[in-house]
Ligand binder design. Sequence first.
Ligand code: SAH
Ligand code: SF4
Length: 384
Amino acid sequence: MKAIYGMTRAKLTDWVLEQGHKSYRAEQIWQWLYIKRVDSFQAMTNLPQDLLGQLEETFTFNPLKTIVVQQAEDKTTKFLFELEDKMLIETVLMYHNYGLSVCVTTQIGCDIGCKFCASGLIPKQRDLEAGEIMAQLMFIQRHLDQEGLDERVSHIVVMGIGEPFDNYDNVMDFIRIANDQKGLNIGARRITVSTSGLAPMIKKYAQEAIPTNLAVSLHAPNDQVRSYIMRINNKYPMSELFEAIYEYIDVTNRRVTFEYIMIDGVNDQPEHAQELADLIQPMKKLAYVNLIPYNPVAENPFRRSELEAIEEFFDILMQNDINCVVRREHGTEIDAACGQLRSQHMKEKRAKLSPQEREARRKARQEERQARRQARLAREDLAQ
Ligand code: SAH
Ligand code: SF4
C-alpha cells in the first residue's frame, strides 16, 4: 500500500472525489496531516466513518519503523528507519544557526556508483516512493512536535542516499507536498536538490514551477579527474554538464551550488583550484562552491585532504573572486555524514590566526604557486 504522505493535495482531492466525497474533505485530511500533524487516520475526528474506512483500505499512514535514533553533541540526530519491505534507510536532522534541516534519502542504494561514496557501493535496489520520502520528514516533524519545543523543520536537503534525478517524479511530488502553502509550507528557496550531474534532468528541473535550489556534485575541475572518481562523467562529460547548468541559469537566474569533496592527492592540488576557478569564472555571480572535507569510507583507498591543502584551495578560489565556503562535518561521532556536512565559513575557522599571520601565509602560498606555474611553463617550453 502507498503511504498517504505521497499524495499531493491535487491528487488527494481527485481521490476523495472518486470515493464519492466532497472536495473539502481533502482539505480536512490535509490539515490533519500537515497542520495538526496527527499520527493515525483514527485521530482525524471530523471525517465520516466511510471515508476513514476508505483511507485505511487504500493507504498506510506511517511506512517507517524506527530502528535507531542517535543524537550527537551538536544535536545532529540520525534516524535509521525500516520500510515495509524491510529495507533500511537513513534520515538526518541538523541544527544550524539559520534553522533546522532534514536530509532525506531518495533511493535504496545508488546506481551512479561514484568511487568515493559508501552509497555507490550498493547498487540501487529500488526507488523510494514520494510517500516514503515525505514520511521521513513528517516522522521527524512529529518527533519534534512531541518534544514540545515548538521546533519546525525549516530546510530540506535532498542529499541522502540515492540520485534524486534518477527518481525524478517521486522527488518532485515530495517537493510539491513539502512546499504546499496549506501544509508544511517549506519555502522553495529552503529546499536543495543535489545531483551527480544528470545533464538532461538538470534541464528538466530548470522548467519546474517551484523554484527550488540546485546543487551539483562536481568534485573535479576537469574530465580526467572527474571520470576517475565519478563514472557518470563518461556518460555526461563536463561540457555537457556545463551546457545544462548554463541553461538552468539562463532559465531560472538562480544560483548553483557546486559541491567539491576534498580528497587527498586526487582533486585537491592548487592547480585543480585554479582550473576550477577558471571553469566557473564566467558564471561566478551565480555560482557557489562548497568545499567538503572527504569523509573516508572503509572500503576504498581515498583519504581526506590535509587542512592546509583545503585552506590553500579555498584561498585560490577566494583570490579568483569565487564564492566559497568550507563545510564542517556534522555529528561526526554518530557517522551522520550521508554526505551532509554543516556549512561553516573557513574564515570563522581561521579567525584564530592574527591578520599578519594570515597575510604571511597567503603571500608564501602565492609565491609557491608562482614558482610552480613558472616551472610548469618551463616544462611546456621544453616539451615544444
Ligand atoms: N546522489 C546525489 C545526492 C546524494 S550524495 C549526489 O551525488 O549529489 C550527497 C553529497 O555527498 C554529494 O555531493 C556526494 O558527492 C557527497 N558524498 C558522497 N560520499 C561522501 C563522502 N564519503 N564524504 C563526503 N561527501 C560525500
Ligand atoms: Fe550516488 Fe551521490 Fe553516492 Fe554518487 S555520490 S554514488 S550519485 S549517492
